[in-house]
Design a protein around this ligand. Sequence first.
Ligand SMILES: *Cc1c(COP(=O)(O)O)cnc(C)c1O
Ligand code: SF4
Length: 343
Amino acid sequence: MTLGKETGGFSLKSVSGVDWNDWKWQFRNRIRSMRQLAAIQQRPVASLAPCRPVLRTYPIAITPYYMSLMDPADENDPLRRQCFPDPRELTFSLGGVPDPLAEESNMPVPGLIHRYPDRCLAIVTGTCAVNCRHCNRKRKWRAAQPGGERERLQAMVDHVARTPALREVIVSGGDPLLISEPLLDWFLGALRAIPHVEILRIGSRAPVTLPMRITPELCAMLKRHRPLWFNTQFNHPREITEESTRACEMLLEAGIPIGNQSVLLKGVNDNYDSMRELLCGLVRISIRPYYLFQCDPVQGTDHFRVEIPTGMEIMERLRQNISGLCLPRYVLDCPGGSGKIQL
Ligand SMILES: *Cc1c(COP(=O)(O)O)cnc(C)c1O
Ligand code: SF4
């Protein structure tokens, strides 16, 4: 079976339907090099020279699926903007810092951010399916993966177990759905076994960037660890596809409610119409818009930042025109690590 998926010079005609729908195939065949990026845009590799230093600092990764949703030759494509390297990532005009939220100093054990009294966030891996250029943890992309994963996760479980105030654990990354399924199952089970842990939450962009990762087996496993909530990150209405809708439907059918955390991004969703279409589209597929994040002053993301008054104007117009069910809270994660505030 051929799918005839074709985007610009990136021909996927030879891909069988089975491979295309296999998340491991999608992961293995991610676009990771300048050569591939040039071929996709049907440009000579030399024309991408300004991007070479960007890739050295912030590697690229794009799944064939996510690539198939965009026009790789259109610099203004809102999906392309989220994953193609941009020389502006290396200019820090606004004085961005690598870790403005001081996450590294709020870690009682490596990888566990404990900033609020009742909930903490476990970074179980640094790997993602697609490297979002606006990522607030992009500083971590180049860090070598620490070995001994099970021991690292055990140290997090131990911290949660000895901290009775913690009633919720957010399992995040990177993308937690990219660690081995038995390891994730074990980790969720170990947390679930702690009497004061009431709620588990997964933070993953896989439904958007690698929807085939949501398999019946994964859903059956997650279902055993309920009450479990799932937050994902749709940023543009074109990310709501047949595939991502199916992935979310499977999670919902397993009894896992889904929330969405968008990031307000210049040239992606910083206008009323795109935002309205995104939020209403999410509710149509039973996803509750949860947060709209002001893009943090992270090094390498200046060109994505929208002025707060612009964000407030968009929010106000949304508030007047769409259902309360569709409205996220517009929040700013405060520099210095003091937490999120509603704008
Ligand atoms: C955002 C965040 C949370 C979760 O906060 P909610 O407002 O409950 O979504 C927890 N820990 C850290 C470190 C966070 O950044
Ligand atoms: S999915 Fe999240 S953690 Fe991963 S690169 Fe994108 S923004 Fe960063």
